[in-house]
Unconditional design. Structure first.
Lengths: 153, 718
């Protein structure tokens, strides 16, 4: 066990965990930030996506010891009132079915739009392809990302 | 979790059974508060609208709290059920707050999500619940205004008399004191204001901001975490050496029960690490350990044995095949499939001295509660069950195995326990869609007319591997449907659209093979069969011929069937789970490779409650049907699944989806469910389109394993 200082959603935390503990489990089991979801644990589905600084990363395979000073943003911290353009678009398009993967989808989309605020449809598909949705909400995810990009502009 | 509602002794509860039987409506109104003209928090509304024994309650703030009894797993019932209550109650949707009800078998009579059955079961009950409350509110207003009820009307949560308006909140107290009317008038379909409009998912805010909604989000003080290593299929536990595993920090114990080895600790990650260090020895039970090659040989052996049970027999099939000028014979096969919802199996259980607290995702909470009661040797009434939102189900959570495991562990450890399955546990843990093989035969006479039809199915723990009364049964004079199952050690369970999820593909593909042999257009052939079933039905007919024709002709019209240049179209139509769906898939050659471009779907599920949700269910079902038909395989070596996670157990991704266009038949018939019916026809429509564009007839799933598919590059795979 070792002590790690983390900055999550602009708050400072200290946790005492093994160095190989993935950020996902620190968030969920230690910090009570359960919005970030576990689904595959091997970086294949994207349900656990968070932002490290401004990069979308898969928290299920990111050891806590590798984070250092980087700022972490989870779905809980994406906006103050659930009104990030991507969250707004997700509501307007009514994207979800079971909803379990959607926090990861939103975090992936938000990071992508930060880098490329006006993606083409092909770029959206490329950017979102690694996120699985077992319910098959892909059409609406694509539509919502494109809608969010119009809100960001 | 939704905030649990507090009971409040100042307020009172009225429960009444309606003439319809079984339905209870509770009206719970605070006795002394008057309506307030300000923004009111949900908490305030819930605090005043006490108790949750019923479908709805009304707050003096003129807000309505509607309880959704059935588990929500993405079929959107938590939105569509309350829409129906709100419609008949005649309230403004923005004043509705929806709460997931806990398990309560006295108040609700089917808290199950499965078989697309919740909507047909509850449609009238929900309307009655809303209409009864509306009637009582009108009667209260009539008394207060001293006018006849017949001169009153309602609108958006108000009773209206001329220019006078009384809102439901202010009438609630008086209304509740009135006798419950036995007969109430329901709205005409044409007068619906909420039903038929797109209402957004009631959990959108919570889902998109990361609020705790799901079973895995349950955390309690002093809760222990648990993960379980289960034996391979056909084996039992021999010994376990947990010394190394126990050295992992955060691991508290390793225990065994029923051939399982459970690792117990203070967090999830220590358990994941510790499991890898367990040294477990298993020994085989008395049966052979099963591998995919074994299943393949069993299929052939059993199909050839001719021992399958006759499920339906019309006419003289033997004579028809003896007299045939030509016999067309094809075999179709599919693998086992895991349900693999995005949220793996999990459950929270706290076994106390004389009660049990359960929280988690279950499609059959009552079954889970009874199982828990039996394990603990207490009455089911002593077991409370809080339903969380389900991160998908697809039939997997109809089982209670994971609830039982959590209960066993909590009982053994005398502590609250959250059991978490890893993704690997989920994919390798059984309860699969059964692997099935079908053999079809069609007899044609010298004039290329269809005179005989045979289907024989063999499934691995499939139960009845056929649906013997499905179309084209009823339309063919000589028909025989037979089924048998192999008792495999690999466990199976209902998987979204059980049996028909593969049978429909096989039937709809074979019908195209027969149509081709007869020189007929696939759509014309199906319509001719339906005409025959109408004019000279053979045996019992279990589908509505006109509704099936309705979706076919609409799909023909919407897709421009047979009239398009440059695309190859494949057709499919299916009736399952009370709804009718016709699909046309379009494929074309781009740069020498086949691309699946678009699928049209026309659905008849009666009245569409919520168009945005209905569109989602159809799309989701189709992508589910398509993805598993094309890409997903689950094979076995010596009782262990070869694919263990999403790196090898391949699900459909965004790059692989075609455009989808959905249409619904507007016929005012009572609604049926949509969780399943759009899935079965998809594989057939795709396979028939691929055949047209490439000449490649796909008979085995997943298609991606088929010879000749390697160059097709379907749907732009990654």
């Amino acid at each position: 066990m070792a002590n790690y200082k983390l900055q999550v959603n602009n708050k400072n935390y200290e946790v005492d965990v093994d160095s190989d503990t993935p950020l996902l489990w620190v968030l969920r089991d230690n910090l009570g930030l359960i919005g970030t979801k576990y689904s595959c644990g091997i970086s294949q589905c994207g349900a656990c996506t968070v932002h490290l600084n401004e990069e979308a990363v898969r928290s299920c395979v990111l050891p806590v010891s590798s984070i250092g000073e980087a700022k972490i943003t989870t779905i809980e911290g994406l906006s103050d009132n659930g009104d990030h353009p991507v969250q707004q678009a997700w509501k307007e398009v009514d994207v979800a079915q079971c909803g379990y993967c959607q926090a990861g989808q939103i975090m992936t989309a938000a990071a992508m739009l930060k880098k490329n605020p006006s993606p083409s449809e092909e770029e959206v598909i490329d950017g979102m392809n690694a996120n699985l949705c077992r319910c098959g909400t892909y059409h609406r995810i694509k539509e919502a990302v494109l809608l969010a990009s119009t809100k960001i502009k | 979790m939704d905030k649990a509602l507090k009971s409040n002794r100042r307020d009172f509860l009225k429960i009444a059974a309606t003439a319809g039987g079984g339905l209870l409506i509770g009206f719970n109104w605070s006795a002394c508060d008057s309506p307030k003209m300000k923004v009111i928090s949900n908490e305030e509304i819930y605090d005043k609208a006490i108790n949750f024994n019923s479908f709805l309650s009304i707050s003096p703030t003129n807000h309505v709290v509607i309880f959704s009894p059935n588990p929500e797993l993405g079929q959107n019932i938590k939105t569509s059920f309350p829409m129906i209550v709100a419609e008949e109650l005649d309230v403004d949707w923005s004043n509705v707050r929806v709460q997931q009800a806990f398990l309560d078998t006295e108040k609700y009579d089917r808290q199950v999500t499965g078989g697309s059955g919740a909507m047909p079961h509850s449609w009238q009950r929900l309307r009655q619940a809303g209409a009864t409350a509306r009637q009582m509110l009108m009667e209260a207003a009539a008394k207060r205004l001293n006018v006849p009820v017949s001169e009153l009307k309602t609108d958006k949560g108000n009773v209206i008399y001329g220019s006078k308006k009384l809102n439901y909140g202010e009438l609630a107290n008086e209304a509740a004191a009135l006798p419950v009317p036995e007969d109430v008038e329901l709205k005409q379909v044409k007068d619906f204001k909420i039903i038929g409009t797109p209402v957004k998912n009631v959990d959108n805010d919570a889902m998109f901001t990361g609020k705790p909604l799901y079973g895995l989000d349950v955390y309690r003080d002093n809760m222990l975490h648990a993960m379980i290593q289960r034996p391979p299929f056909g084996m039992k536990l021999k010994s376990v050496d947990a010394n190394e595993a126990k050295k992992i920090k955060g691991v508290k114990d390793v225990v065994t029960f029923k051939d399982n080895v459970a690792v117990i600790g203070e967090g999830t990650w220590p358990l994941m690490k510790a499991r890898k260090l367990l040294k477990i020895a298993y020994e085989p039970l008395d049966k052979e350990l099963e591998s995919t090659a074994f299943h393949n040989s069993k299929f052939d052996e059993m199909l050839n044995s001719g021992a399958a049970e006759v499920k339906r027999k019309d006419g003289d099939v033997d004579a028809a095949f003896k007299n045939a000028a030509r016999i067309i014979k094809s075999e179709y096969q599919c693998p086992f499939l895991s349900h693999s919802p995005m949220e793996p199996m999990n459950f929270f259980a706290h076994v106390k001295e004389d009660s049990v607290e359960l929280i988690g995702p279950s499609q059959t909470p009552d079954k889970a509660r009874n199982a828990a009661a039996e394990i603990c040797g207490i009455a089911p009434e002593k077991v409370s069950m809080e339903l969380t939102r389900l991160g998908g189900g697809f039939g997997r959570r109809l089982r209670a195995d994971f609830v039982e495991e959590a209960v066993e562990l909590s009982k053994m450890l005398k502590a609250p326990v959250k059991l978490t399955w890893s993704r690997e546990d989920d994919i390798t843990g059984g309860a699969y869609r059964p692997a099935v093989k079908y053999r079809f035969e069609a007899a044609l006479n010298g004039k290329d007319e269809l005179i005989g039809y045979k289907l024989s199915g063999v499934g691995m723990n499939s139960g009845n591997s056929t649906r013997e009364n499905n179309f084209p049964a009823g339309a063919i004079e000589n028909l025989e449907i037979r089924s048998m199952e192999y008792k495999s050690s690999i466990t199976t369970n209902a998987w979204r659209a059980p049996i028909t999820n593969f049978l429909a593909f096989a039937e709809q593909s074979f019908l195209d093979e027969v149509a081709e042999a007869m020189g007929k257009d696939p759509v014309d052939f199906r319509l001719e069969l339906l005409d025959k079933a109408k004019t000279s039905p053979v045996g019992e007919i279990h589908y509505d011929i006109d509704r099936m024709k309705g979706v076919i002709t609409t799909a023909v019209e919407k897709s421009g069937w047979g009239k398009k240049q440059g695309v190859s179209q494949g057709f499919s139509v299916y009736f399952s789970h009370r709804s009718y769906v016709a699909q046309v898939a379009e494929a074309k050659i781009v740069d020498g490779k086949a691309v699946l471009d678009k699928i049209y779907a026309v659905t008849d599920c009666g009245i569409v409650i919520n168009p945005t949700g209905a569109d989602q269910q159809v799309r989701g079902g189709m992508l589910d049907g398509m993805g598993h038909a094309m890409y997903t395989n689950l094979t076995f070596t010596d009782g262990v699944a070869d694919q263990k996670n999403f790196d090898t157990y391949r699900l459909i991704r965004m790059k692989e989806i075609p455009e989808i266009e959905t249409h619904f038949i507007d016929n005012g018939i009572d609604p049926t469910g949509l969780g399943e019916p759009a899935l079965p026809p998809t594989g057939g429509a795709i396979a028939n389109a691929i055949y047209k564009v490439s000449g490649q007839r796909l008979r085995n799933q997943p298609f991606s394993n088929e010879e000749g598919m390697k160059n097709l590059n379907l749907g732009n795979p990654a």
